[in-house]
Write a protein that binds this ligand. Structure first.
Ligand SMILES: [Zn+2]
Length: 205
């Protein structure tokens, strides 16, 4: 009898702790900004495009780090995450990528997002920033399934989520243009995110 009570008390405590944890997770406020470097940390599977001396993942990390640094300088809290991450809630999430193409130079920039008004509107704001700057081809929004159903939509739960393809890494004409401008592009990403949060920052156009 005594043992039975003890076991019952133990399980009651376990359930109590579990419920507490679930409530804690649910009530914890979302992170203002999550920036993901596409493919970062992957050693197999989809590790990103590689072309000549350029590795997409390295460019993704560079741009994601720079954008995070600028946002923090502006007083905005940022969580920088790799390709695979534990579930997290955020106000804004941005995944950084560069595209590759079988027929080189047929691709360019594009944007993907979940099918919500908030993300769709954010995407239009991003295009208003990057389209006048990026001089190559733009695809229509969500032009691939990978953009439309990006795997991290299920782990990073963001009110507004954009997957940015910032250019084509398999096109020499584009890499020649992109490489010296990666820092500026990171700045544009940070600028668009800050504006979306309602933080007033100087235009970087
Ligand atoms: Zn990618």
């Amino acid at each position: 009898m005594y043992l039975k009570h003890k076991t019952a008390a133990f399980f009651a405590l376990l359930i109590f702790i579990l419920l507490g944890y679930i409530f804690y997770k649910a009530l914890k406020p979302p992170v203002p900004v999550v920036i993901q470097a596409g493919h970062e940390g992957r050693t197999c599977g989809n590790t990103g495009a590689v072309c000549k001396n350029y590795k997409e993942v390295e460019w993704n990390i560079y741009v994601a780090d720079e954008a995070a640094k600028i946002l923090r300088k502006w007083g905005i809290e940022v969580k920088r995450v790799p390709a695979d991450t534990a579930p997290i809630r955020a106000n804004i999430a941005v995944a950084i990528h560069f595209d590759s193409a079988k027929h080189v130079c047929r691709s360019g920039a594009s944007v993907g997002y979940p099918d919500t008004n908030a993300s769709r509107t954010f995407a239009q704001h991003w295009k208003a920033v990057y389209k006048p700057y990026f001089p190559f081809h733009w695809h229509k929004d969500n032009f691939t399934d990978n953009l439309k159903h990006y795997y991290a939509y299920r782990t990073i739960h963001a009110k507004k989520f954009l997957v940015l393809e910032l250019g084509e890494i398999t096109c020499e004409k584009q890499t020649r243009w992109l490489k010296p401008r990666l820092k500026k592009i990171a700045h544009l990403v940070a600028y668009a995110v800050a504006r979306e949060l309602g933080v007033k920052v100087k235009s970087v156009q």
